[in-house]
Design a protein around this ligand. Sequence first.
Ligand code: C5P
Length: 214
Amino acid sequence: MIVTIDGPAGAGKSTVARLLAERLQFNFLDTGAMYRAVTWAALEGGLDLTDGERLSEMATRIELRIDAGRVSVDGVDVSEAIRTPEITSKIKFIADPPAVRSVLVDLQRRFVGDRNFVTEGRDQGTVAFPHAECKVFLTATSETRARRRWNQLPAENRPQLSAILQQQEERDQRDREREVGRLVAADDARQFPTDGLSLEQVVDRLVEWVGERQ
Ligand code: C5P
């Protein structure tokens, strides 16, 4: 069985998907980490970020591994390096070109195979796994999402909440407007607003819902 969790930045997808996978004893795939890792590889290799063809060729060539929460590119552990603001600001160059997305969607399908998986991203229920049995579109208001992100940052170098809100809006807009793999709920996805719910409550409700569908 495949459970897809899509939604905007800061909706809590990664944490919810990871905990849900643990509770269901499913595998877990964070596809945002794949886009981040390819962005890292492109910057590391000094590639022209506007050359979609070169970027997709590079994405095919690198050895991208995601194992037990660690991410590596050609044997280099990039788990922390892919979470920097610099990577986040450059991801659009990797996430926009349809040719690069196609390489990563193929890789996602190969990772998952016919095993039980919770996958998380923007296009999991629409493009990567349109036949998934359980599709969730996790949402929260912009304010809630920005505040969650702000709370996760170390107190000593927290930017203004308004700055986080603005970056988040820009990223969501870009994610919603891209040509292929845009951020949109699949027609058969369950819309799941998380405002006012604790992490445990969200996961409990999803475990129950997936259980009913199993
Ligand atoms: O989820 P995360 O914030 O790590 O994702 C980083 C970026 O990667 C997103 O803003 C989005 O642009 C891109 N992404 C995507 N498709 C996915 C997962 C992530 O385009 N399936």
